[in-house]
Structures are given as structure tokens and as C-alpha cells.
Design a protein around this ligand. Structure first.
Ligand code: PLP
Length: 392
């Protein structure tokens, strides 16, 4: 269903397969319908495979990625408790604000734009104070910087084993490697509209048994109604047992769509092949950026996301000049969102079927970007950027 419309190649919402779109347009269906109950139960099970956990508890609730921030803060933080936020941009700052809303005493450890904190800096912070939670944005969508989830989880295990490791995976889950059980992650927050390949509308949070134990031992009541896990845990367990239970109406059609996208994702080789496809696609995009004579906002390959790429523009070009020229060539890309720098860069999303299927979307994206840059007056060496880098 791509004819006569531009491709949506921003860092989410992402392009969806035709079968996902069809699943999303099913007629009115009761949330008590056995077909829906089965689909919901399967979604909960498949999400465990996506984040590679046997015992983590998925919460699948109508809402967007931000609702996962609220779920985590409301359920795991009590007023006055210390939270360390590793902030690599706009979304790290938002998560810190959300934690403060629920009374957390937040320490923000910020990196320079385009970079991430070193493990030494994080170790110093963990040794300076006892934290209930440390948060890592696996990809900060404002910069395309990759957080070091594995490294942080290892440090926490060594220096502060009671601290819970919370990962914002909204722009990462199902694109960037994450091994929930093996790495010792406690919470992954994500959403349906990015690498999960589905329309917006579902907040997904996966919680370790350790974090559920910390939640159960709270001294104060959860200061929220809709996001209270005491209300949702019986619902999740019930649907997984293929039985209906009501607290608040689930988004039936979006869950059908998520069921379809997860099945498609897991069908061919499972998560390892999904991760490898994102790595190959990202390598093509990063090679194209070099061939255009430009630089990514992420300062090195080590700190670069696979799910998306943020690209500094030449000084004489602003995002507002470039984006309409890309759209005229059939590609919707995103401008920047870093305060004070937003006009200086643009962002391309390459998650979900754009990365995993042989649909030519990346060819279209790279050709359109090279041509739009040239139309803005940026010279690209004839031998490099005009033809798209080969598939690896
Ligand atoms: C890293 C990250 N965290 C959180 C969010 C918030 O998600 P939503 O817009 O679905 O509420 C986003 C949105 O793009 C994001 O990229």
C-alpha cells in the first residue's frame, strides 16, 4: 500500500506491512471475544521473545511510549527516592521530568550532544550515592545515540546490585540488541509504533520479577489510578491464561495488528535475524552519509543507533529547506529536536520492515536524500553519493 503516497521514514511511526494494516482494520470485536483473547495472550508471550526473557512480565496497555515512563515512575518510585538518569538528549530529559513528577530525587548525568556517558563516569555516580533506579535511553531519538545497556547493567551488578536498571527502548526495542535476562535488565519501556512495526496506541513495558518484588514491597500506595500495576497484573495474567478479565478497555484492533507484526517479525530466524537486518541497513545508511560528505550527530560508530540516523546538515542548509525536497521525492523524514540545534540536522528512521524486508524503501530514502541535498546546493562527488551504497 505504498503507491501514490510518500514513505514515512521518520524515527517512528514507521512503515507497516499490508498484513498489519489489514489486521488493524478488523470490524468491531468485543474484548471478550475468544479470537481477541487468544491474540492478546499470544502478544504477551511473543513480547517475551522480543526482549529475550523467560520470566519478565509484559504489560500491554493502551497509550503511547510516554505511558511507559509514567508506569515505571508511578509503580517503582516512592517520593524522595534517588534515580540516576543517563540523559543523551530530549528523551532522557523527558524521562527525568516524569520521574520528578512522581517525587523522585533525580540526578541527571548528561553527555555532550552526540555522545554518551563513559562507564567510568557512570561508575563514579553509582559510587557517590545509592540509587533505587538507573535509567538508560537505549536510543535517544533526538540524537541517534546508542546507550550502553549491557555495560550499565554489568556495572550496576558489580557496584550497586539492588539498583534497578530501567531501559527506555521506545526507539530501540526490536531493532537494537537487548537480552533482558542475560544482561540483567529490570524494565524495558517501548511502544507499538517503532520497530515493533504497528500503528501507535500501545504502551509495552516488560518488568523483571526482581522489580515486581520491589514494587510489591512499596511502603506507600501507588499515586496513580490507570497505570497502577496492581490493577493490570491480574489482567495480563488472565489474558495469558486465555481468560477474560476487565479493568480498562484494551485497544482491540491495535492488539490484532501487534499480534500480526510480532508473528511476522519472529517467523524468519527470530530476533537474531531481526537484529542482523537492522545492523546491515544501518551500515548502508551510515556509509551513504559518509559518501555525501556529511557527519552523523552520533560521534562514533560505537555510540550510533541501528534504528535511525541523525545527520548534521552543511552550514548553508536548514532542515526546513531540505525536508520539503525529500517529500517531493516520496520520503517523509524528520527535522532535529535538540534545543537550539533543531534546524541544523535531520533524522532518518530505518526500523521494522524498512530494515527487515526487501522492499526498496532504503534505496528510495538514500536516493531522495542525495538528490534533495544537491537541490539545496550541497555538492556530492559524482562517484559516491548519487548511487546508493550496495546492500551488504
Ligand atoms: C526514546 C523515546 N522515548 C520516549 C518516547 C515517547 O513515546 P511516545 O511519543 O510514543 O509517547 C519517544 C518518542 O518518540 C522516544 O523516541
Amino acid at each position: 500500500m505504498t503507491s501514490n503516497r510518500p514513505l514515512c521514514l521518520i524515527p517512528g511511526p514507521v512503515e507497516m506491512s499490508d498484513t498489519v494494516l489489514q489486521a488493524h482494520s478488523t470490524p468491531a470485536t468485543a474484548h471478550t471475544d475468544p479470537k481477541f483473547v487468544e491474540a492478546f495472550g499470544q502478544v504477551i508471550e511473543m513480547l517475551r521473545e522480543v526482549v529475550q526473557t523467560k520470566t519478565g512480565q509484559p504489560f500491554v496497555i493502551a497509550g503511547s511510549g510516554t505511558l511507559g515512563w509514567d508506569q515505571t515512575a508511578a509503580n517503582l518510585v516512592e517520593a524522595g527516592e534517588n534515580v540516576l538518569v543517563l540523559s543523551n538528549g530530549y528523551f532522557g530529559e523527558g524521562l527525568a521530568d516524569c520521574m520528578e513528577t512522581y517525587g523522585a530525587a533525580v540526578t541527571r548525568l548528561r553527555a555532550e550532544p552526540g555522545n554518551r556517558q563513559t562507564l567510568d563516569e557512570i561508575a563514579q555516580a553509582l559510587q557517590a550515592k545509592k540509587y533505587k533506579i538507573v535509567t538508560v535511553s537505549q536510543v535517544d531519538t533526538s540524537t541517534g545515540v546508542l546507550g550502553d545497556v549491557k555495560g550499565v547493567a554489568e556495572l550496576v551488578k558489580k557496584l550497586s546490585p539492588d539498583t534497578l536498571v530501567v531501559v527506555d527502548g521506545v526507539c530501540a526495542t526490536a531493532a537494537e540488541r537487548l537480552y533482558f535476562d542475560a544482561w540483567g535488565v529490570d524494565v524495558v519501556i517501548t511502544a507499538s509504533q517503532k520497530a515493533l512495526g504497528c500503528p501507535p496506541g500501545i504502551s509495552v513495558v516488560v518488568v523483571s520479577q526482581k522489580a515486581l518484588g520491589v514494587f510489591a514491597a512499596r511502603k506507600t500506595p501507588v499515586p496513580a489510578y490507570y497505570v497502577n500495576w496492581n490493577r493490570w497484573l491480574p489482567i495480563m495474567k488472565s489474558y495469558e491464561d486465555r481468560a477474560v478479565k476487565y479493568f480498562a478497555t484494551p485497544c482491540v484492533q491495535t492488539i490484532f495488528a501487534l499480534n500480526t507484526s510480532l508473528r511476522e517479525m519472529l517467523a524468519n530466524g527470530g530476533m537474531e535475524s531481526v537484529f542482523a537486518a537492522h545492523e546491515r541497513t544501518s551500515a548502508r545508511v551510515k556509509a551513504a552519509v559518509v559518501s555525501w560528505g556529511l557527519k552523523t550527530v552520533a560521534v562514533s560508530p560505537e555510540v550510533s543507533a541501528m534504528a535511525m540516523t541523525a545527520i548534521w546538515l552543511p552550514e548553508n542548509i536548514q532542515a526546513a529547506d531540505l525536508l520539503p525536497k525529500l517529500k517531493a521525492r516520496g520520503v517523509v523524514a524528520a527535522g532535529g529536536i535538540l534545543a537550539g540545534q533543531a534546524h541544523r540536522y535531520f533524522r532518518l528512521g530505518h526500523m521494522g520492515i524498512t530494515a527487515t524486508q526487501d522492499n526498496g524503501f532504503v534505496d528510495t530514502m538514500l536516493k531522495a536524500a542525495a538528490e534533495a541535498l544537491e537541490e539545496c546546493g550541497h555538492a556530492i562527488a559524482p562517484s559516491s553519493g548519487r548511487s546508493t551504497p550496495p546492500r551488504l
